[in-house]
Design a protein around this ligand. Structure first.
Ligand SMILES: [Zn+2]
Length: 179
């Protein structure tokens, strides 16, 4: 997940409007972008953007709320769009728990639900990053939500390298190896 990405536009229209920013402004730091948008009148207002998230680590569904602003942008074909830009100084807040999977059904508060599901998803992704993205990586979670990594079928050299990762403090007691 990368929440600094500018979300796709809404309200397409073709008008000639000087109160809009050109695309190149959107690679600038947030405060510069905001100052320029305010100066030229391209700032539409503050906004919230809801992202529905379905992690690949369980069957939960969550809505997460990002805070930011809506800014008018004009492209080189004079098309005007409004785009949402995430405010990096504000945290993404938990929204609603849309669906709780059996493993997380006990998490009654959206904040807890969000934190737990995010931690599991990031742990799995970090482990993948640690072993290298080109390696086959068979994983699952056990009933205690320990990440179980299956090294069956891998060469002993690779399997041992993966085993040694479990001692990394970020994975200790949170990842076990099967095989
Ligand atoms: Zn879940």
């Amino acid at each position: 997940m990368n929440f600094s990405v500018i979300q796709p536009g809404i309200k397409p229209a073709i008008i000639n409007d000087s109160s809009a920013l050109t695309d190149d402004w959107f690679s600038r730091p947030y405060d510069e972008l905001l100052a320029e948008a305010t100066r030229v009148g391209a700032l539409v207002g503050s906004a919230e953007h809801i992202t529905r998230w379905s992690p690949d680590t369980c069957k939960c569904k969550l809505d997460q709320i990002s805070h930011g602003v809506t800014i008018r942008v004009i492209d080189n074909k004079k098309q005007i769009r409004e785009i949402f830009v995430v405010d990096p100084t504000k945290n993404i807040t938990e929204g609603e728990s849309i669906n709780l999977c059996p493993s997380h059904a006990h998490l009654l508060f959206p904040k807890d639900h969000f934190d737990v599901v995010l931690e599991e998803n990031q742990r799995k992704n970090r482990f993948q990053a640690a072993i290298g993205y080109d390696l086959p990586y068979k994983w699952s979670f056990d009933v205690n939500r320990i990440l179980v990594v299956d090294v069956n079928g891998l060469t002993p050299l690779i399997a041992n390298a993966i085993r040694s990762l479990v001692n990394d403090p970020q994975f200790k007691n949170k990842v076990i190896i099967n095989g």
